[in-house]
Write a new protein. Structure first.
Length: 249
């Protein structure tokens, strides 16, 4: 990793929520951020729920987001690798984003070594033995038969239903109960600490929680909640030696 290069992380833009005007403003801001980091970016990680809903029909994809998709294609065409982790709102990616933008798609958590540091990377939904109700729901959403059946709905109906459900989602609404619950109650922190009993990681990087946190877990391990692009406009920056949270104004 060159001394002047950095690796960037961002999550939870939820583009498409709550309305066209607001989402367009946030999309333009996200595109401006991508352009601002481009000169120093070695890699970019989009850590899930970039879209509030995403489903790829055989011949149709959700309208909008053309500025973002075009910028991502431009960035990958220039030789910068972009990694896209699906979240609980945009898990129905079937190849279009990869083929059109050149992004590397991850449907599950990944362990990567970046500049000699061991990273555990995930959106964060459904990890560990917690939230069994959501796990059952995610299993349904990941079922090929369910995806096939949803694909037979007319896009106006299917996408309309999806947006209705998504707008009711507790994680997209920014409600009070997504506030930080404390280390002993945060499922992702508990999950990370359990993993550290078995193997070492330098960094755990998660989206999903919509709060900004950078915690020292001891023994050289750190955990990062990336925040969101609904309210925080926060992102992570790794320079090869340390990880910091920054904000885009």
């Amino acid at each position: 990793m060159n001394n002047d290069k950095k690796i960037y992380f961002v999550s939870d833009a939820h583009l498409g929520l709550p309305n066209g005007i607001d989402t367009l403003t946030r999309e333009k801001k996200l595109v401006a951020w991508l352009e601002s980091i481009r000169p120093t970016a070695e890699m970019i990680f989009l850590m899930g729920d970039i879209f509030d809903f995403w489903f790829e029909y055989k011949k149709v994809v959700p309208k909008g987001f053309t500025r973002l998709l075009g910028k991502l294609a431009e960035i990958t065409d220039s030789g910068i690798s972009v990694h896209f982790f699906t979240g609980n709102h945009d898990l129905w990616e079937f190849g279009y984003l990869a083929s059109e933008t050149g992004m590397i798609i991850h449907h599950h958590e990944e362990i990567m070594e970046l500049n000699g540091k061991r990273f555990f990377l995930a959106h964060g939904d459904g990890l560990g033995p917690y939230d069994k109700g959501y796990k059952r729901l995610k299993k349904l959403f990941s079922n090929r038969v369910a995806q096939w059946a949803f694909g037979w709905l007319h896009p106006n109906i299917g996408i309309g239903l999806a947006h209705y459900w998504s707008h009711k989602s507790r994680y997209a609404e920014g409600e009070d109960h997504i506030d930080f619950q404390g280390e002993n109650k945060e499922w992702l922190i508990m999950y990370a600490k359990d993993l550290l009993q078995k193997e070492h990681f330098d960094y755990f990087v998660f989206g999903h929680r919509h709060v900004v946190k950078h915690l020292d877990l001891g023994n050289g391990a750190e955990l990062i909640y990336l925040g969101d692009w609904l309210n925080n406009f926060s992102y992570g920056e790794f320079n090869g030696k340390e990880f910091v949270i920054k904000y885009f104004k």
